[in-house]
Design a protein around this ligand. Structure first.
Ligand SMILES: Cc1cc2nc3c(=O)[nH]c(=O)nc-3n(C[C@H](O)[C@H](O)[C@H](O)COP(=O)(O)O)c2cc1C
Length: 156
């Protein structure tokens, strides 16, 4: 059994979540999960049993590059276990994004709050976010619970 955890991440907070999920899968679920970049997924799809895709929401939309990788491998993924989680600053996953992600038929759909560090944002990015949204809202316990859930459901 092999699991790839992959992600899109503009400012690295989603990548840190992906790395933590790999660590939890490996240490508490005995999984041999590894991290791979999104553009490596297609080349490895035949060798894996499970794919975990994490990506942020920017301006109301789930990462297009992550969606493209899922859609490009949809036929193969139908025979494997797909797990998807979105990362955003909102308290809940918006319904329209949830509908899109549900259409990819993941075995589990997760949502985690992310991080906005104003020191790494461009001027244009700063105009799209409110200062009240600055901060690190990642809930590592919730992320761990999700990792264990997917570990028990095939990400191993
Ligand atoms: C310019 C900008 C736009 C964003 N738009 C949204 C949004 O529409 N909805 C949301 O929930 N979070 C939004 N976020 C928050 C990001 O999803 C969050 O910061 C996430 O952790 C970023 O992941 P990354 O560090 O891996 O790029 C936005 C953040 C920035 C900087």
């Amino acid at each position: 059994m092999a699991t790839i955890v992959t992600c899109d991440s503009r400012h690295h907070s989603t990548r840190e979540i992906a790395d933590y999920i790999v660590e939890v899968l490996r240490t508490t679920n005995g999984s041999a999960a590894v991290f791979a970049e999104l553009d490596e997924v297609g080349n490895n799809i035949d060798n894996i049993d499970a794919l975990v895709v994490l990506a942020p929401i920017y301006q109301g939309k789930f990462s297009e590059v992550a969606s493209r990788v899922i859609l490009a491998n949809q036929a193969e993924l139908a025979r494997k276990s797909l797990f998807v989680a979105a990362v955003g600053i909102a308290e809940q996953l918006p319904q329209d994004v949830s509908d899109v992600l549900t259409s990819y038929r993941p075995r589990e759909l997760g949502y985690f709050r992310g991080k906005i560090d104003p020191s790494v944002l461009s001027g244009a990015e700063k105009r799209h976010v409110d200062e009240s949204e600055y901060g690190d809202f990642r809930d590592w316990d919730a992320i761990k619970r999700w990792a264990q859930t997917i570990g028990n459901r095939g990400a191993n």
